[in-house]
Design a protein around this ligand. Structure first.
Ligand code: PGA
Length: 292
């Protein structure tokens, strides 16, 4: 039997600093709060430290006490410290990748402890560009995730299907395999330091954003995989972000979905006004949750 519950999302604006995603369990207990998380991935941009600092300052001016979310920026290594100073601890600055090694003969490698030594707490892992351009496998990504967590850091694990897999209706199995392989060996307690970014490869940098309905369906599948792996507490408290051509125009509809807890934004995070509007998204007032 499908029971429908309407949950009045907390109204936002000047009074509240965030809009929690709440979960109604079958026993009618309101459970988790998942604070929305809007993040930017600058990739190989911008070209100079001065530009990076300027962009970070402009983005930071859009983050106010009434912004409805946590914010983070994943930026190129040489810009991290400059950008940290520019945003004056308003939100964390993360790395775009690490190598799963602590020290040794790994030319050009950047390790989790090196990042920690400059105050970095977050790194991406498993971005599709790392998988395809740099040949990072699920096993390698799993080692990155485990080392980041062992070293006391947090990780945003990116997963998602290719266009071919999407067209063959393989989205669910692909995401399930990636989640299970990349999170292997990570405990229930350690999941507190993991966020997931579902990024369909066909939507990254293409301008083709997944519809809120498609994204919601996949997020719900991913949450159920987490439920099977870790149980209700982890499934209901882990933030699952959507990524792939998110814009000011698409963010509100995405964020209105019950299982979409934020966004990982590439192109639009390089434009402070656009990213500022994404950070200050305006989700719908009433969320509809369907529970079995
Ligand atoms: P996009 O990139 O927003 O430019 O599609 C998203 C990402 O790669 O994380």
């Amino acid at each position: 039997m499908i029971k429908t519950a309407y949950i009045l999302a907390i109204s936002f604006g000047s009074t509240f600093s965030f809009t929690p995603k709440v979960v109604l369990r079958p026993n009618n207990v309101l459970y988790a709060e998942r604070k929305p998380f809007i993040t930017g991935n600058w990739k190989l941009n911008p070209q100079t430290k001065d530009e990076a600092v300027q962009l970070a300052r402009e983005i930071s001016s859009h983050v106010t006490p009434s912004s409805p979310c946590d914010v983070a920026l994943f930026v190129p290594y040489p810009f991290i410290e400059g950008v940290q100073s520019a945003v004056i601890d308003k939100f964390p600055i993360g790395a775009e990748a690490v190598i799963p090694e602590l020290a040794g003969a790994f030319t050009a490698g950047i390790s989790p402890p090196m990042l920690q030594s400059i105050g970095v707490q977050w790194s991406l892992a498993g971005h599709s560009e790392r998988r395809t351009l740099f040949g990072e496998s699920d096993e390698y990504i799993n080692r990155q995730c485990k080392l980041l967590i062992e070293q006391g850091m947090s990780v945003m694990l990116c997963i998602g299907e290719t266009l071919e897999e999407f067209e063959k209706n393989l989205v669910g199995p692909v995401c399930e395999i990636q989640l299970k392989k990349c999170l292997a060996g990570i405990s229930e307690q350690e999941m507190a330091r993991v966020a997931i970014a579902y990024e369909p490869v066909w939507a990254i940098g293409t301008g083709k954003v997944a519809t809120p309905e498609i994204a919601q369906e996949v997020h719900s599948i991913c949450r159920n995989v987490l439920r099977e792996m870790y149980g209700d507490d982890v499934a209901d408290s882990t933030r699952i972000l959507y990524g792939g051509s998110v814009t000011p125009e698409s963010v509100d509809g995405l964020m209105a979905q019950p299982d979409i807890d934020g966004a990982l934004v590439g192109g639009a995070s390089l434009d402070a006004d656009k990213f500022g509007r994404i950070i200050n998204f305006v989700p719908s007032q009433v969320e509809q949750l369907q529970i079995a």
